[in-house]
Design a protein around this ligand. Structure first.
Ligand SMILES: C[S@@+](CC[C@H](N)C(=O)[O-])C[C@H]1O[C@@H](n2cnc3c(N)ncnc32)[C@H](O)[C@@H]1O
Length: 216
């Protein structure tokens, strides 16, 4: 990610971490069909189902993954989001780190779970992040990527204005075909994909793609 975007994203999430963590404590925003995709992802994983929640935020998805037999741990760019993850979910290891240089050895995880964590990364840097996610995934492991569907870049952060925060972030929208093609180019085969219509008050469709690492 260009430094300007990474700095912007980190600063924004550091600022709103407590509001975000208090607003979304678990899976309140998710639709049943998305949870079904996560359930499917968990069921696909081999033992010991060690999962990296890549861009875990304040850790709200960690208990959901654990309840489905996974051993999740998180990393996130924002130290304040990680602080909340450590406070609210102390049973799961969480660390500050960038997805552009994931601090784990090759072939570490049975699954990598990216729940709306690549949405702030411009296209130029997305492939570097996907390469890192695949690098830490063992052969045969699975990667899940969730994102807003569409084209171009939006300026977001207005949702925190009511709470008194003036933050700016960029959100990059992609097509489901684009993400699937990128995953294939990184040695994954696509095993499941979902695209659903927006649900009020969301303005955009949402997608989830799951790939399996086939190359050694
Ligand atoms: C929309 S939030 C989603 C957080 C969490 N996955 C959830 O569903 O609650 C995006 C998260 O991705 C993190 N993030 C964005 N770019 C990142 C990067 N390059 N490396 C690590 N984390 C990143 C942000 O700090 C933020 O916590």
């Amino acid at each position: 990610m260009p430094e300007a975007d990474e700095t912007l994203t980190r600063a924004a999430y550091d600022t709103v971490a407590d509001v975000y963590a208090d607003r979304f404590t678990a899976t309140e925003p998710e639709q049943a069909v998305e949870l079904a995709m996560i359930d499917h992802f968990c069921a696909l994983l081999g033992e010991p189902r060690r999962v990296l929640d890549a861009g875990c935020g304040a850790g709200r998805m960690l208990p959901y993954l654990a309840a489905r037999g996974c051993r999740p741990e998180g990393i996130d760019l924002s130290s304040q989001m990680v602080r909340r993850a450590a406070t609210d979910h102390p049973e799961f290891p969480c660390a500050v780190g960038s997805l552009t240089a994931i601090g784990f050895p090759d072939d570490t995880f049975d699954g990598v779970f990216s729940w709306y964590s690549t949405i702030h990364n411009p296209d130029d840097d997305l492939d570097r992040i996907l390469a890192e996610m695949v690098r830490v995934l063992r052969p045969g492991g699975h990667l899940l990527v969730a994102f807003q569907v569409g084209e171009g870049v939006r300026r977001v952060g207005q949702g925190f204005a009511a709470a008194g925060y003036d933050v700016v972030m960029h959100r990059y929208h992609r097509s489901t075909d684009d993400i699937a093609t990128r995953l294939r180019s990184h040695g994954l085969e696509i095993v499941a994909r979902l695209e659903r219509a927006p649900v009020d008050p969301e303005p955009d469709p949402q997608a989830v793609v799951i790939g399996r690492r086939v190359s050694g």
